[in-house]
Structures are given as C-alpha cells and as structure tokens.
Design a protein around this ligand. Structure first.
Ligand code: 5GP
Ligand code: ZN
Length: 112
C-alpha cells in the first residue's frame, strides 16, 4: 500500500492525466496506450487484485464507473472493452486492482 504506484497517483504524489474522479474511484490515461482510448479505472481503496476483492459493491461500482467513462468518451455505440488482468499469467504488473478501458479501434478476439 505504502509503495503502491496507483495509490501514489490517487494521492497526487505521482503525476497522471486524470479523466474522471468520484468519491470512491479514479480514472487516468494509461502511460502506454494500447488503443486510441486507454484509461485505467481504479478504486481509491487499495485492493491488490481481483483475487483479494471481497467488496462486491466496490467492484461492481468500478465496472459502472468504467462504463460511465466510456460513455463520456463517446464509445458506447461503437463499443469498448473493460479488462481486469489478474496476476502475472494474465499480464498484471501493477498490484492495485484496475480496469482497463480500451476503445476507439476494432478489437480482435480472443485477446492475446
Ligand atoms: P496491468 O499490466 O497491471 O494490467 O496494467 C498496468 C498498466 O499500468 C499498464 O497498461 C501500464 O502501461 C500502466 N502504467 C504503468 N505505470 C504507469 C504510470 O506510472 N502511469 C500511468 N498512467 N500508467 C502506468
Ligand atoms: Zn494501491
């Protein structure tokens, strides 16, 4: 927690391009975007990964928060993807649970 990159972004100790904020959530642009829109939506409360998540309303609210960011970015009609990488095998590199919001281009399936 004390050394968590995303907690430091929420605290303003590390700069990030904020996209949206609410009492419980924060959204900012990914530093290495994989799509024209690539936003990270996180709960302000530190939870390392989906594996440790116990607060259903907090996690459900995170998905709705990402949905609202997608809508505000004009992505609702064309479509977008919300992804939560969980642990190393899925590509999780920052251990503060986050939803990737990706949009603005067509997406392949299955993901890599
Ligand atoms: P993960 O791989 O854990 O699912 O996603 C972590 C994401 O955080 C990556 O897409 C990576 O580009 C992004 N990221 C890593 N460090 C920073 C940073 O300092 N600032 C921002 N805005 N994004 C970061
Ligand atoms: Zn954290």
């Amino acid at each position: 927690m004390g050394d968590c990159l995303f907690c430091k972004i929420v605290a303003g100790e590390i700069p990030a391009t904020k996209v949206a904020e609410s009492d419980d959530y924060f959204a900012f642009r990914d530093i290495n975007p994989q799509a024209p829109t690539h936003v990270l939506a996180i709960p302000k409360r530190h939870v390392p990964s989906l594996n440790e998540a116990e607060d259903g309303p907090l996690l459900g609210g995170l998905v709705l928060f990402a949905r609202d960011v997608a809508r505000d970015a004009g992505l609702a009609d064309d479509g977008y993807r919300v992804v939560i990488n969980t642990n190393a095998g899925a590509g999780q590199t920052v251990f503060h649970v986050h939803a990737h919001l990706l949009g603005g281009r067509s997406m392949g399936w299955p993901p890599g």
